[in-house]
Structures are given as C-alpha cells and as structure tokens.
Write a protein that binds this ligand. Structure first.
Ligand SMILES: C[S@@+](CC[C@H](N)C(=O)[O-])C[C@H]1O[C@@H](n2cnc3c(N)ncnc32)[C@H](O)[C@@H]1O
Length: 213
C-alpha cells in the first residue's frame, strides 16, 4: 500500500517523463511514478546499500524494471542523465540543501520536487540563493502529521521572498488551503500551550493569527 504522502509527492511529477529519485529507499515513489504518472525512465539513487537493495527488490517484479538505473551514490554525484524532474522526499531540509548545493550544475533544467521533514525555512532560503524559484506548494495531512511538498524551478536570477514566505511558503500563503489553515491552527494551539507571554512566542502567535485572519 503506497502511503498518501508518497502518492501526493508523485502527483507533482507530471509532465516529467524522466526522473531521478534521490534517497529512493524502498522505491515506492518510482513504482507510483511509472504506474500512475506516465514516467518512462528513472534513476533510483540511495547512498546506503540496504535501502537501494530494497528498491531493487520492490521494483524488479514490474515490467518497467529495465527502465530504472539503480545507483549506490551520494546525492547528485552520479547523475549523468538529463532528467525532467529530481525528487528528494522524506529527508531533512539541511540534507536537501547540501545535496543541491554540491550538485547544482546537475540540476540543469529539471524541476525539483521536495518533501523535506524539517528545516523548511532554511531550505527555501538556501535553494532560492541557488537560483531556484518556488513554483508550486501543497500541504497534506496523513494521520496526525502534516507534510509540505514544494516544487522548485531553475531560473537565471535569485528569486526574492520575504521572511514570512520562507517560513510558511509563498504559494501556501497565497492559496491558504483548508489543510494549510488546519496546520497553522494546530501550531497556534501548540504555541499557546507553551506560553503567550514569552516575547518570542508571542510574536510567533501574532504572525500566525495575522495569516489566519
Ligand atoms: C527516510 S528515507 C525516505 C525514503 C523515500 N524517499 C520516502 O520519501 O519515503 C531517506 C533515504 O534517503 C537516503 N539518503 C539520505 N541522504 C542521502 C544522500 N546524500 N544521497 C543519497 N541518499 C541519501 C537514506 O539512505 C534513506 O534511504
């Protein structure tokens, strides 16, 4: 059973026909990409033997197995193909930033589809400095957890965003979807339980309340 989170990340893939999945682990995202989103070539990358072996095992029963190149390598080091989209999902924001920073030239014209587990603010800011513009964002909820999926598109300038846009996401802020609102309401509740009096917490509460109004 492919999780709602993986399905949501995979839904960002079209119109890409070729993808690289960095940190592919079990390979479920690649399976979803071939079966439901019209992908015809994939590079499955992981820097650990166990996870990559698991991707080979899970993908090998499918007819598209031969259209996948498996690579035991770090980040974008071994990405020689020009792919339409590069996916980094289920890893930390600082790790994403490190991977893209050290392999920026390998991105070429590919869109980046990122679902980072933490440090999204620093990641958005760092990737913008690398001439990557935020073109699509979605927040989904699976169980009790929220996940943000962000698409970055390479541009030939350094896009500028405000501090609040880095923190909450420029597209999410514009669209204010019901799930985004729910996420902020939960965060508001959490902050209020800590203390409304501490100046730093008070400022965060005010910021979120202003977005929700
Ligand atoms: C938590 S799993 C996420 C798997 C899958 N992408 C998902 O969203 O469910 C993270 C995977 O990324 C791999 N990984 C972490 N840093 C990496 C790097 N620099 N290069 C390649 N793979 C990496 C880990 O070995 C691990 O298999």
């Amino acid at each position: 059973m492919i999780s709602k989170r993986i399905q949501a990340v995979a839904a960002f893939i079209p119109p890409a026909k070729s993808i690289a999945d960095v940190g592919c682990d079990h390979g479920y995202l690649i399976i979803e990409a071939f079966r439901r989103h019209g992908v015809d070539y994939a590079v499955a990358i992981d820097n650990k033997e166990g996870p990559l072996a698991s991707a080979v095992k899970n993908i090998s029963p499918f007819p598209f197995y031969k259209q996948v190149r498996f690579s035991l390598s770090d980040g974008l080091c071994d990405l020689s193909e020009e792919v339409d989209a590069i996916i980094l999902s289920g890893i930390g924001g600082h790790n994403v930033l490190e991977i893209i920073n050290s392999g920026r030239e390998k991105v070429r014209d590919a869109r980046l589809i990122i679902q980072a587990n933490r440090d999204l603010e620093a990641m958005r800011a760092g990737l913008a400095k690398l001439c990557l513009s935020i073109t699509r964002e979605e927040v989904i909820k699976e169980g009790r957890r929220f996940y943000e999926i962000i698409e970055f598109t390479p541009v030939d300038y350094v896009p500028e965003y405000t501090e609040i846009e880095y923190r909450f996401g420029p597209v999410l802020l514009k669209e204010k979807s019901p799930v985004f609102r729910e996420k902020l309401e939960k965060e508001l509740e959490r902050l209020k339980n800590i203390s409304e009096d501490a100046p730093e917490i008070g400022a965060r509460i005010k910021e979120i309340e202003e977005i929700l109004w």
